[in-house]
Design a protein around this ligand. Sequence first.
Ligand SMILES: N[C@@H](CCC(=O)N[C@@H](CS)C(=O)NCC(=O)O)C(=O)O
Length: 221
Amino acid sequence: MTKETKPILYNFYRSSASYRVRIALAWKGIDYEYRAIDISTGMQKSEEYVKLNPSAKVPLFITKEGNILSQTVAILEYLDNVYPDRPMMPREAFTAAQVRSIVQVIACDIHPLQNTGVLEQKWGSDMEKKTECASYWIAKGFTGLEQMLAKTAGTYCVGDHITMADMFLAPMVTNAHRWKVDMKPFPIITRISDTLMTLPEFSQAHPTNQPDYPEELKTSA
Ligand SMILES: N[C@@H](CCC(=O)N[C@@H](CS)C(=O)NCC(=O)O)C(=O)O
């Protein structure tokens, strides 16, 4: 008999890929153990962590049965299959493909170009250069995404139901703010993201609400 425990999420408060999974877990109402991996100090490259995730990236999800899963798309699809209430993918084939298109624009075309490892390898600790580079690639990606959303969006990215696409969009917009992207050319992205942030599943999963969010960044009221 398999021993069942709480699922575990290895993640980092500021990681937008981690944020996607936190939203999905909240959306499904799944309780989990939060384990912080500080990628700003290189914890993701530690021998102990790389044994779990050879890609040396966060997030990493351990199912309640103890099985290890990396990659946010795979984790979210797994959660949607195993916890079918509040589905994150539309049933209709074309609408589902539209959701996947948006997910892939964010996960494959935009996110990797502004990733910690990429920026550090090119710019070291030069924050000005890192900001210039990350904001350039996010804005470039958002230019195409805005046009896609003009065709697919209702209240949310695809129609009027929350889908996986929204769980990828909100964290990407959080990163856009971090890297000081001018959001004026992206009214649809901004509108959807503002709406998403009014939902508890999205706001509670935000970096500022995580246990490893640094004390010194918390502003006094
Ligand atoms: N395709 C991966 C991306 C994971 C990823 O790039 N995570 C970033 C944080 S958002 C990371 O761990 N970066 C560490 C590094 O680049 O060294 C996924 O969807 O899980």
